[in-house]
Ligand binder design. Structure first.
Ligand code: HEC
Ligand code: HEC
Ligand code: HEC
Length: 336
């Protein structure tokens, strides 16, 4: 027999069997039908309940918390076969199955499954609103990308950089993570991966919460070219910034290096290199707000400058940063 024909006929047969075993007509709001479909077409590989377990005891990633984990559009794309495999070497790379084509359902079925997960398989450990993705700044995402590399994440997960995939293919691909994850789930996962995937080769990073948030900011923009970054200098604090309060802050926190009149001659200045900037020589109205904000809030090291210029965000809070920036702009107009 012609081999090609055999495959085609086999394929047609499979489709037929598939059609017969799929419950007829699935409507979006048809929860019991969606549940039936999941029972028929998913549970032979995925667990929908139970305790976190090693991937070496599983056939496929757990869907126990599926109701909290995915963005709807991604989930539908995945289920209708529009997404690339997440595990290049196979989820069970120890069985060397390689990347596998995931079973595909129709658009209607995928929508019904997404509706089902809108209501079910919510993870009570995930706090809704724990991660506010509308507050991710460009600086944070960039810094998060550095932390991603510094904490070995790239060793096991791929990302895209300059149009190329880089990183280890040990675990889930993260190059489209911004399209894939519900950020609240990701935040809870990041606090302790072992609560979800113990004994799977996972890694618990020694990162502070702000670092974790920055890494997640980085992940939120992967595969999201139109991501809208938050601009902190548009916050209400900046609308009500006070030059008077900024002047006091300048005396209490900046003069020690930058000097009483901004001449770069404060008590700490003589013995540090490079010297503190001479504010008196700068026309601050012409300094881009983003640069000035990042310099004052995040400090010199974060901006590729001297680490002796402190990061003031924690000490002064956002109102303090806004006030001292207003003072810089009002008081220093550059050399006469
Ligand atoms: C033959 C086994 C099998 C069946 C049947 C199956 N899956 Fe999967 N599924 C997998 C494997 C393996 C992966 C990991 C895919 C990869 O390597 O990229 C996966 C991945 C997924 C993911 C992404 C998981 C994650 O967070 O990484 C979702 C969501 C999913 N499947 C949903 C379903 C649903 C819903 C069904 C039923 C309609 C289903 N799967 C049927 C094997 C299966
Ligand atoms: C030594 C390898 C390794 C390192 C290093 C590592 N991971 Fe993972 N990561 C894993 C494994 C294993 C899992 C569990 C999923 C699986 O079975 O592949 C996982 C899971 C994840 C998931 C959830 C994947 C999903 O869809 O279920 C995310 C997100 C993640 N890691 C991010 C990170 C970040 C961020 C870092 C750096 C702080 C990091 N990982 C470092 C191996 C690693
Ligand atoms: C411990 C010393 C120190 C203190 C205190 C300090 N700075 Fe600085 N600052 C520096 C140093 C050093 C530089 C120069 C960094 C370089 O050029 O690498 C600098 C540079 C700057 C710049 C960059 C100017 C430019 O043109 O790039 C700004 C803006 C600035 N400081 C504002 C402040 C403000 C506002 C305060 C108070 C809230 C402050 N600094 C307190 C040491 C300090």
């Amino acid at each position: 027999m012609n081999l090609r024909k055999g495959i085609v006929i086999g394929g047609a047969l499979l489709t037929l069997v598939g059609l017969m075993s799929t419950p007829k007509l699935l409507f979006g709001s048809d929860q019991p039908r969606a549940k039936e479909l999941i029972q028929q077409a998913c549970v032979q590989c995925h667990r929908l309940e139970g305790q976190p377990d090693s991937r070496f005891n599983l056939r496929a990633p757990d869907l126990i918390w599926a109701g909290s984990k995915y963005k709807r559009t991604w989930l539908i794309g995945w289920l209708t076969g529009k997404e690339a495999p997440l595990y290049q070497k196979g989820y069970r790379w120890d069985l060397s199955e390689g990347a596998v084509k995931h079973p595909v359902v129709t658009e209607t079925e995928a929508n019904a499954i997404a509706d089902y997960f809108d209501k079910n398989n919510k993870d009570p450990r995930v706090k809704v609103g724990a991660y506010d993705v509308t507050k991710v700044t460009k600086f944070e995402a960039t810094f998060g990308g550095m932390a991603f590399k510094a904490h070995a994440c790239l060793g096991c997960h791929t990302i895209e950089e300059n149009g190329k995939l880089i990183g280890g293919q040990q675990s889930a691909a993260l190059e489209k993570s911004g399209q894939r994850y519900n950020m609240d789930w990701l935040f809870r996962f990041g606090q302790n991966p072992q609560d979800f995937t113990p004994h799977s080769g996972e890694f618990l990073a020694d990162a502070t919460e702000p670092q974790l948030r920055a890494v997640l900011g980085f992940l939120a923009v992967q595969g999201a070219p139109d991501f809208k970054f938050y601009e902190p200098w548009t916050a209400p604090e900046f609308g009500k910034a006070s030059v008077g309060r900024g002047k006091v802050i300048y005396k209490e926190y900046c003069m020690q290096c930058h000097g009483a009149a901004g001449k770069g001659d404060g008590p700490a200045a003589a013995t540090i290199e490079p010297k503190p900037a001479i504010h008196a020589n700068i026309n601050f109205s012409e300094v881009p707000t983003e640069y000035l904000y990042n310099m004052v809030n995040h400090g010199g090291a974060a901006m590729g400058k001297s680490a002796n210029m402190p990061y003031w965000g924690l000490t002064l809070g956002q109102q303090g940063v806004a006030d001292v920036m207003a003072y810089l702009k009002a008081n220093f107009k550059g050399p006469k």
